[in-house]
Structures are given as structure tokens and as C-alpha cells.
Design a protein around this ligand. Sequence first.
Ligand code: GRG
Length: 295
Amino acid sequence: MNNLKESMKAIASKVDAKLNELLKSPDTKEKLIFEAMRYSALSGGKRLRPFLVMTSSSLFNVKEDYALRVAAALEMIHCYSLIHDDLPAMDDDDLRRGQPTNHKKYDEATAILAGDSLLTKAFEVLADEKTHHDPLVRCSLVKALAKASGANGMVGGQVLDIMAEDSEMNLDDIIRLQGLKTGCLISFACEAGAILGNADEKDKHSLLNYSRNLGLAFQIADDILDTEGDAELVGKAVGKDAEAGKATFVSLLGLENARQKASDLVVQASKQLDTFGDKADLLKKVADFVVKRNY
Ligand code: GRG
């Protein structure tokens, strides 16, 4: 685990530096929006998705700066989703990553616009020739990230999540909801390495299967943290799903079965990577971290 923690830290600091560069604020009247974007994008977090972009890219010897730009773009999308998810119209949260949420620090209009501009900036970064010399690769990245974040992906999952407050959900419903809401971005993170590295179909398929198992394990772990996690460590309010009467993996499976399911998924995820040999060690270790984390 130690070498995983060190690698996660090293990648997080490179991603922070890239975000800092890409979100440089101009000295103009509207610089408030850059401040609000930077407030959320540079506020810590595990940087799990960027880590997956970097480690999946390293399987295919992708140039580090190409991968870093994609990692930063993906984190911008993730941060936009957190800002909008915290708004009063959605989850109405006051705390994120241990800090006041964007609309608490600024105001609702600024938070909506900060989310919007992180979303659009991400695609500006992907389309830039600095992200890959081949325009077809850049186009594939744009298409894959748009699909993963939009109505067929994360936004679709968020819609199901909102509807879940007023409807009965079974295990298959939750798996579909979470697969869209959080799974699609996690899958994109792994797919990005394969796209950047022009991987063959077999390797793409292995990474996709890995990411699907990992995404589900991540969400089960998130539900477990929401049940028994420490709000201070998690950096946000816990217990909100139970309070709202929402079905979760824990409410449907029970705590012990949920834990078992998460660790089975990690085993499944890791198996998919055997084809890559030792090069996939960090991806295997991070799957284990995802279910054992306490934040
Ligand atoms: C508002 C369009 C829109 C989408 C929102 C992904 C999402 C959909 C909302 C995020 C809210 C949330 C708490 C989801 C549960 C799983 C999740 C994505 C947790 C946060 O991700 P981490 O644990 O966070 O990777 P850090 O802070 O480490 O980046």
C-alpha cells in the first residue's frame, strides 16, 4: 500500500500543478469566476479519476503531459458535478472536501457558472493539440468524455438519483443508477489511457471490465462510508441517504454482504488486468484502496 499512497500523492501533486496552469486567472473584471472554479478544482480530494487516467496511460507508454492534460480535464468534470450536486436544488450540502461548498463560499449563481465553466473548459483542454498530436485521438477523447458525462452517463444517473427519492428501488435499479452516476466517469478514466495509447480491442475490453467492477466497488464503499464513516474524515455530511429514505447497497444488502460484494468486485477487477502483467500493479492496488479507504 505504501508505494500506492506515494504514487497517489505524486500524481495528485502533478495534477494540481496542471490544473493550476490550465485554470490561470486573467486580471480582468470577471476574474471572480476563475476564483470560484479554482476554489473547487484545487481543493484537494483523492484525485482517484486522474490517478486512473495516469496509470492506465502508463500501460501504453503514453507521453506524461498528454495523460496529465486528460487527467486534469476529467477532474474538472468531476469537480463541476460536485459543485452542482451540492446546490440547494440538488443535495443541498454545506461541506465538501472539508470546506464550505462552492455556493456557500460564493453564491448560487456563481456556483452554477463555476460548474458550467469547468465543464466547458474540460472539452477545450481535450480538443487542444497539446493533448495529443493526432486529431482523431483528440476527437475520440472528446466523444468518450461527452458520452460519459451527459444524459447517457453521469447526468442520466443523477436524474435517476433524484427520482429515487420517490420510488422503490431494487438492487438492479441501484446498480444501473450508480453505473451511470459514478461508474461512467471511472470507466472513462481507464478508457482514456487506452484511447491515448491506441490500444487494441482486447486491451480496451480488459480495461473496461476492470473499470466496471471498480466503479461498482467504489459506490458500495461510498454507501458504507455514508453509513458508518466519520464526517470529518470524509469531508462531507454522512447518513443523508438513510435520512432521505433512499435505497442504497447497504440498505438492500446489509453491511456485511455489502462489504463482501465490494471485495468480490475487487478480485474480479484485478483478474481483468492479468493480461498486462506487473505493469498493472498500481491499478490492482488502487482497486483494493477503493474499498478499504475511510475517506
Ligand atoms: C450534478 C450533473 C451532476 C451530476 C452529479 C457524480 C455526481 C452526479 C454527484 C456527486 C455526488 C456524490 C457524493 C456522489 C457519490 C459518489 C461520488 C462521486 C463521490 C465523490 O467522489 P470522490 O470520493 O471525491 O472521488 P473526491 O473529493 O475524493 O474527489
